[in-house]
Write a protein that binds this ligand. Structure first.
Ligand code: 1GP
Length: 244
C-alpha cells in the first residue's frame, strides 16, 4: 500500500498522528529510539525533516534506522531541494503557497523533480499554508502568514490548493509556535475541503491535540513535543487525544 493510500484510507474514519523528527538534532540511532517510543504511544507514521543541517546521508541513515526499528511508514518532509531522502517510503512534494518567493512555490520543486523521479520515491503533492505566528519556516520561506482571524483567507488558500490538484493540505503555525492553528480555522478549512487536512505547529498538550481533532484535522503532527518529551505517559496522552 502506498503512503497516500494509507492516509486516504483513514479519511473520515479516524484522525492520524504523525511524529516529526529532525535528523540534525540526534543520531540516527537516537531517532530510531524516539520513533519506537512514539510507536509504543500509538503514532501512525514518522515524518523526518528540518530546516538546517539536513544532508542525504543523515536523512537516509535516519530513515533506514527508523524503518528497521519500528516498521512505521517514514515520510520525508523537505525544507528545500538541497537534500533528498531516498530511503524514506514517501515524500511530501509540497508548495509553500503563501510564500512571496517563487522559489518556495514552484521553482525548488522543478529543480528537484528529475532527481526525485530518478530515485523513484513515492511523492504526495501537498499545499503548505503558513498561519501566524509562522516561526522559522515562515521567515525562511518568506511567507505572508495567514492572520489567525482570517478564516476566509485560510479557506481560500486551502481550496485553491485542492482545485490545483494537490492531494493534501497542511496548515502550519510553525515549529515551536506558542499558539497552534486556531480550531475555528481548522473547522472552516475542513468545511470546504475534500482532501485530507494536516495540522501542525505548537501542539504539545492533550487539550490542543483534542481541539485540532475535534475541529476536523485528519492528521495532527507533533515535532518539538515528541523530541522533548521523555515521559511515555505524557506522550501517550497527547497521541490518544489525537486518535480519540
Ligand atoms: C512543524 O508542524 C510541525 O513543521 C510541528 O511543529 O515542532 O511545534 O510540533 P512542532
Amino acid at each position: 500500500m502506498t503512503v497516500r493510500d494509507f492516509i486516504l484510507g483513514n479519511l473520515g474514519k479516524r484522525t492520524l498522528h504523525m511524529s516529526l523528527l529532525d535528523p540534525d538534532k540526534q543520531s540516527a540511532e537516537e531517532a530510531a529510539e524516539l520513533a519506537q517510543m512514539c510507536k509504543d504511544a500509538g503514532t501512525d507514521a514518522i515524518m523526518i525533516g528540518g530546516s538546517t543541517g539536513i544532508s542525504n546521508e543523515n536523512l537516509d541513515e535516519t530513515a533506514e534506522r527508523i524503518k528497521a526499528r519500528t516498521g512505521l511508514p517514514v515520510i520525508y518532509f523537505p525544507a528545500g531541494p538541497h537534500a533528498l531522502a531516498s530511503k524514506a517510503d514517501a515524500m511530501f512534494y509540497m508548495s509553500l503557497v503563501n510564500s512571496t518567493d517563487l522559489k518556495w512555490v514552484i521553482r525548488a520543486q522543478a529543480m528537484a523533480s528529475l532527481a526525485v523521479k530518478k530515485i523513484g520515491i513515492e511523492t504526495i503533492s501537498m499545499g503548505y499554508i503558513i498561519v501566524e505566528p509562522g516561526m522559522k519556516v515562515g521567515e525562511v520561506g518568506q511567507a505572508e502568514p495567514v492572520k489567525r482571524d482570517d478564516l476566509k483567507g485560510a479557506m481560500s488558500w486551502a481550496l485553491g490548493c485542492e482545485l490545483m490538484g494537490m492531494s493534501l493540505v497542511y496548515l502550519e503555525a510553525g515549529s515551536g509556535a506558542d499558539r497552534p492553528v486556531p480550531p475555528e480555522m481548522i473547522s472552516a478549512v475542513k468545511g470546504v475541503l475534500s482532501v485530507p487536512l494536516i495540522v501542525g505547529g505548537g501542539i504539545k498538550t492533550p487539550e490542543a491535540a483534542k481541539a485540532a481533532r475535534d475541529a476536523g484535522a485528519d492528521v495532527v503532527v507533533t515535532g518539538t513535543f515528541v523530541e522533548r518529551c521523555h515521559d511515555p505517559g505524557k506522550l501517550k496522552a497527547v497521541i490518544d487525544a489525537v486518535k480519540g
